[in-house]
Design a protein around this ligand. Structure first.
Ligand SMILES: [Zn+2]
Length: 195
């Protein structure tokens, strides 16, 4: 069963070209029957507002006093969730491969959640959590995202709160069922902006 919020978000992802079906060559070199680029969904502030409100509502029972995100992916949605919860928002950014808090004061002891746009392996969220551990006395309450495409295989575990769950398998080209069927291969990113 798919919930109403899930239906709404999925519909808007398809409408904006954030989620496409076909046969795609991903930047990793793998092939997929789907393309997911959450930025295309979030480029419409109304969508960011809706997603932030829905995710904020799901996160609210944890009672965080701070929202923390990894840049770039988490910045827009993390900020929207923080707006909904009426708490401050900070983000970590990668510097020489390490997650750094470059622009904000140290977070003190505020209990916090980590918010991302898409969770695939959960790596960014885990890295932010580790970086927070060394800077903050605050309790980690949980993690949220717009789309969980990990198929349960992420390192965050069962506690991950997501608006939608997507099962989007990737294949090495030699094992790709779409190649086998002779479906033309597309590079993602060839859609015009819809008004
Ligand atoms: Zn293929």
């Amino acid at each position: 069963m798919i919930s109403e919020p899930e239906k709404l978000i999925l519909g808007k992802m398809i409408e904006t070209g954030a989620l496409q079906e076909g046969h795609f060559a991903l930047s990793s070199g793998l092939h997929s029957g789907n393309y997911l680029q959450c930025a295309r969904f979030l480029m419409y502030p109304g969508n960011a507002y809706i997603a932030g409100s829905l995710l904020g509502e799901m996160i609210a029972p944890l009672k965080p006093a701070l929202v923390v995100s990894p840049a770039m992916g988490g910045v827009i949605i993390g900020h929207e969730v923080a707006r909904y919860l009426d708490v401050p928002f900070i983000f970590f950014e990668r510097e020489k491969g390490e997650m750094k808090l470059r622009r904000f004061p140290e977070p003190g002891s505020l209990p916090y959640v980590i918010v991302e746009d898409v969770v695939t392996t959960g790596r960014s969220t885990i890295e932010v959590r580790e970086a927070m551990n060394s800077l903050s006395e605050g309790e980690f309450l949980g993690a949220g995202c717009i789309a969980d495409r990990s198929g349960g295989g992420n390192r965050i575990g069962e506690g991950l709160i997501s608006l939608i769950r997507l099962d989007l398998p990737n294949y090495p080209p030699e094992e790709c069922p779409y190649c086998r069927e002779g479906i033309p291969l597309k590079e993602p990113g060839s859609r015009k902006i819809s008004s």
